[in-house]
Ligand binder design. Structure first.
Ligand SMILES: Nc1ncnc2c1ncn2[C@@H]1O[C@H](COP(=O)(O)OP(=O)(O)OP(=O)(O)O)[C@@H](O)[C@H]1O
Ligand SMILES: [Mg+2]
Length: 542
């Protein structure tokens, strides 16, 4: 269906892919995994013809169509919602645009051309395109009222839903998706898991979300050592077997016979579990041929995330009174009163993710509140990981110079000092000299974390910190926040993160705040709070 031959990609001395030969077959769903910066997005761009490899070829079976869901969710910000979906079927959209342009400049000659194009348009079922696109949007919960709204005016999860509709529009033979679950809420992730598990065509999806991978993949394609290896089975199977492979490799003196037995036993147990699980009932009949023998132990490394504080904050951290935010007349939150205590680790939650993002932007002084006030304690110092970090990386500074921007003393400006923080986030040697604009999604977040470590603040504000990060980084990050002695305000769709870090839950609603010292799970499961939550969102007064 889709194959690559002798594919190599190199940036300077860094070899991402070396003579890769591989084929993706119809009916399978391939989960592409690999560390941040391994080359996943680059590989997808090459498959989609958006980037040229250093050498080698990509071959798509003639007559087949491929569509792509991008990692960058702001690419269509300047287009209306419905048009964004229509743009998903490129050949169709091109003809439609030509017809529209000819109509605008109507002459006899153009009328003839219009006629010819309309025949092609009809053959592609073009007349139904708009209503098909509208129906898809509605199925994804995007109401008709916003079909003509610009993409930039939607919140993160609505945007992702539209982009998913765009990728699926016209039933592509090969569907390529780069981190589709970033910015999505639990509900939409479940919907997507279900959809992909039942989609018959070829799916190639990059994800760092373990649960998602297990729900959708028939194969795991690991990018490591500049190669891509496909393994039949889901993520858990790949993970467990690569751990086993690493362990066996370390046991030099164990007999080959015993190792083989151990492998067989592992596969037998695993297959039995899969047969019992939900996965066996979906389109993936069974994990057909499990083969662990050629799994290599991975080369992934854990970053060292350690947040230290220049000084300990006093008792007064943050005081908020009557804070409200509107967006185009719609109330995001209002009447928020909050007093933060030293050492609080607060998960800031809202049903509308635009509300939490507006909250961080306001208390960071980047946007103005519509009502109310806030004041930070004089002994506090803050650092902020914003949801959208793109403005930090629109330059060609080397990473060393990039991070140096936040140095405050001569000592901090020294290259060794700056490199210390980059090294903790696994940018060492030449890697620390690449430019800010070429970084991968996860690498940008790693740089933002180096920056936060260097700022040594006693209050951290984190808006969706796990977006883009690989599993090794998420684990390291999660542990560092558990151990951090300062105050943390954070919002995340990562359940594990919310549950293990938060000591307090704060929910922003259009009718005030719900504020509880409790764990995230207890908060979500408490029936009284549930009732209260429904009430707080129900009546919106403007
Ligand atoms: N023009 C370039 N010059 C130098 N290095 C580059 C260039 N473009 C990309 N890179 C590097 O290539 C590597 C692969 O990037 P890519 O975006 O494919 O990673 P990824 O596997 O998708 O990572 P993530 O999980 O963070 O999204 C990164 O280390 C990136 O910095
Ligand atoms: Mg990527």
């Amino acid at each position: 269906m889709l194959s690559v031959s002798n594919l190599s990609v190199q940036f300077g001395k860094r070899v991402l892919f070396d003579e890769v030969n591989t084929t993706f077959h119809s009916g399978n769903c391939y989960g592409i995994i690999g560390a941040n910066g391994a080359g996943k997005s680059t590989f997808l761009k090459i498959l989609a013809g958006k980037q040229d490899p250093t050498s080698g070829h990509v071959h798509l079976e003639p007559g087949k169509r491929m569509s792509v869901f991008e990692q960058d969710h702001s690419l269509y910000d300047e287009y209306p919602v419905l048009e964004t979906v229509l743009r998903g079927n490129k050949p169709l959209f091109k003809i439609k645009s030509e017809i529209d342009a000819l109509y605008a400049d109507y002459t006899d000659e153009n009328a003839e051309k219009i006629g010819e194009l309309q025949v092609q348009f009809e053959e592609m079922n073009g007349w139904n395109a708009e209503s098909d696109a509208a129906a898809m949007l509605s199925n994804l919960g995007i109401k008709e009222g916003v079909h003509y709204t610009y993409m930039k005016d939607l919140d993160g999860k609505q945007k992702v839903r539209v982009l998913i509709a765009q990728a699926l529009f016209g039933n592509p033979d090969v569907l390529i998706m780069d981190e589709p679950t970033n910015d999505l809420d639990y509900e939409t992730i479940s919907w997507l898991e279900n959809f992909l598990a039942n989609y018959d065509n070829c799916v190639i999806v990059v994800s760092h979300d373990r649960h998602f991978l297990d729900a959708v993949c028939t194969h795991v394609s690991d990018i490591d050592f500049s190669k891509i290896n496909h393994y039949s089975g889901n993520y858990t199977f790949w993970y467990e077997s690569s751990q086993l492979a690493a362990k066996q490799r370390a046991q030099q003196n164990k007999k080959a016979e015993d190792k083989k037995k151990e492998l067989e036993e592992f596969i037998r147990r695993f297959s039995a579990n899969v047969a019992k699980s939900k996965q066996a009932t979906s389109r993936k009949k069974m994990i057909e041929k499990l083969n662990v023998s050629d799994i290599k132990p991975s080369s992934r490394r854990y970053p060292a995330i350690i947040f230290e504080r220049d000084r300990v904050a006093g008792d007064q951290i943050l005081n908020i009174e009557g804070l409200s935010a509107l967006l185009d007349g719609e109330v995001l939150f209002s009447g928020i009163d909050l007093n933060l205590s030293k050492g609080d680790k607060v998960v800031v939650y809202s049903r509308d993710s635009r509300a939490t993002t507006a909250f961080y932007q306001i208390i960071s002084g980047n946007e103005k509140a519509d009502a109310g006030k806030f004041s930070w304690g004089v002994t506090t110092t803050q650092s902020y990981l914003p949801l959208d970090n793109s403005s930090f990386f629109e330059n060609k500074l080397t990473l060393v110079d990039w991070l140096r921007q936040w140095a405050t003393t001569e000592e901090e400006r020294e290259e060794v000092y700056v490199r210390g923080f980059l090294g903790k986030m696994i940018f060492s040697g030449e890697e620390a000299l690449k430019t800010a604009n070429v970084l991968s999604g996860g690498e940008k977040v790693r740089c933002m974390l180096s920056r936060m470590m260097m700022i040594r603040a006693n209050v951290l504000k984190l808006d969706e910190p796990t977006n883009h990060l690989d599993l090794e980084s998420i684990t390291a990050f999660n542990n560092s926040l558990k151990n951090f002695k300062g105050t943390v305000l954070f919002s995340t769709h990562d359940h594990e993160f919310a549950q293990t870090v938060a000591t307090r839950v704060v929910e922003l609603t259009p009718n005030g705040i719900i504020d509880r010292y409790t764990t995230f799970d207890e908060y979500m499961q408490n029936p009284k709070i549930k009732e209260l939550r429904n009430k707080m969102y129900a009546v919106t007064t403007v």
